[in-house]
Design a binder for this molecule. Structure first.
Ligand code: DMJ
Length: 449
């Protein structure tokens, strides 16, 4: 599947950001500010890990010869960090090849002006040429997004480590400071924060989109520091406790899910994005103390089961973008606009963690069901495509092979069927785009205050 996805991207879209597999051309989009080759950089480490050597060399050659960082355009700080910097750093650590390190550092420098705000909380959009930065037009009152400024920590610590320049680590440690200072409503972290005042702008809380990887990076910061960054662990424990108290629900049919919170009122909806949380909670359970460990493993298994149900209850056996628990519905999309599947990884991501941490064979079984469904409904003549409606067996394709399909979905599926020592969880943490970063077993100064 990886070879098919890559070969088609290479044939029809090399150098563009994504492949359009129906029209057999490339897509550039407006997320990466003039940067190109998002699929190349996102796919590098997956090709390497899968030992697709020829294909890895093709990707590497493109980075060496054609990857231009002197661009001018508005980029998402978050997306550039998780896909490009994460992909380059992981490939450097896996191969030791300097080109990946130098590109990561050069790109990292270009992101720094986004932090020039009164609080040091970065804005979401940056012009990679001029260094000017903005908040997203759609974000309330010029706010920055929790999942965006909260998903820089892992990569930025590595940028400091590799460059010897503390500035990257300082920027992300300051984000922590601001977050620790501001009062949390009932211990929860809302999704919108003003980079000017450092106060919350709106009280919407979600473990799915807009919040998700902030929580993920707290527990992974702790793990990546070889369990020395106790501030991150404390923040994670506090956040998870509040989430469990206020957001975790049980449906009448007995399914556990995590609802969204709008200033106190619950919306009984779970996004596909929120399905990473089963894996995250299992990953953190080990260090929750004897008493809590089993409790969190059970919670992780229940949430993963609910996400599996969202797949099992569809005609394609792929899950919708969001599913709801209301008006007699359980784990199914109720709105037309939420029935699509865009090759997202979060459900198989949780299967991979649950498999590694429990070895219950059902997770491999569930992963295999996803493989079969992808082959049946998403494979088209020239690549893999998202579908517009998971509830019909003759779905319309959206003509987009997302770069995270190669970075994450296929990598997590592959790891689900590998031995545990392939990218062992004892040695690596995956950034939120599934790019592996090494756990520091020696002296990683930047990660500990
Ligand atoms: C990926 O880019 C990352 O996993 C991110 O954290 C959330 N969204 C996509 C995949 O769905």
């Amino acid at each position: 599947m990886m070879k098919f996805a890559w070969d088609n991207y290479k044939q029809y879209a090399l150098g563009k950001n994504e492949l359009r597999p129906l029209t057999k051309n490339g897509h550039i989009g407006n997320m990466f500010g003039g940067l190109r080759g998002a699929t190349v950089v996102d796919a590098l480490d997956t090709l390497y890990i899968m030992e697709l050597e020829e294909e890895f060399q093709e990707a590497k050659k493109w980075v060496e010869k054609s990857f231009d960082l002197n661009v001018n355009g508005e980029a998402s700080l978050f997306e550039v960090n998780i896909r490009y910097i994460g992909g380059l750093l992981a490939t450097y650590y896996l191969t030791g090849e300097e080109v990946f390190k130098s590109k990561a550092l050069e790109l990292g420098e270009k992101l720094l002006p986004a932090f020039n705000t009164p609080t040091g909380i970065p804005r979401g959009v940056i012009n990679l040429g001029s260094g000017m930065s903005w908040s997203w037009g759609w974000a309330s009152a010029g706010s920055s997004i929790l999942a965006e400024f909260g998903t820089l920590h892992l990569e930025f610590l590595h940028l400091s480590e590799l460059s010897g320049n503390p500035v990257f680590a300082e920027k992300v440690m300051n984000i922590r400071k601001v977050l620790n200072r501001v009062e949390k409503p009932q211990g929860l972290y809302p999704n919108f924060l003003s980079p000017v005042t450092g106060n919350w702008v709106q009280h919407h809380v979600s473990i799915g989109g807009l919040g998700d990887s902030f929580y993920e990076y707290l527990i992974k910061s702790w793990l990546m520091s070889d369990k020395r960054d106790s501030e991150a662990k404390k923040m994670y424990d506090g956040a998870l406790e509040a989430i469990e108290k206020h957001l975790v629900q049980k449906s009448t049919g007995g399914l556990t899910y995590i609802a969204e919170w709008r200033g106190g009122a619950l919306e009984h909806k779970m996004g596909h994005l929120a399905c990473f949380s089963g894996g995250m909670i299992a990953l953190g359970a080990e260090d929750a103390g004897e008493e809590r460990k089993q409790h969190y493993m059970d919670l992780a298994a229940e949430i993963t089961n609910t996400c599996h149900e969202s797949y099992a209850r569809s005609d394609t056996k792929l899950g919708p973008e969001a599913f709801r628990f209301d008006a007699g519905t359980e784990a199914m999309a109720t709105r037309l606009g939420e029935r699509y599947y865009i090759l997202r990884p979060e459900v198989v991501e949780s299967y991979m963690y649950m498999w590694r941490l429990t070895h219950d064979p059902k997770y491999r079984q569930w992963g295999w069901e996803v493989v079969q469904a992808l082959e049946k409904h998403c494979r088209v003549e020239a690549g893999f495509s998202g579908i517009r409606d998971v509830y019909t067996t003759t779905p319309t394709h959206d003509n987009m092979q997302q770069s995270f399909f190669l970075a994450e979905t296929l990598k997590y599926l592959y790891l689900l069927f590998c031995e545990d020592d392939v990218l062992s969880l004892d040695d690596w943490v995956f950034n939120t785009e599934a790019h592996p970063l090494p756990i520091n077993h020696t002296n990683f100064k930047a990660s500990v205050q």
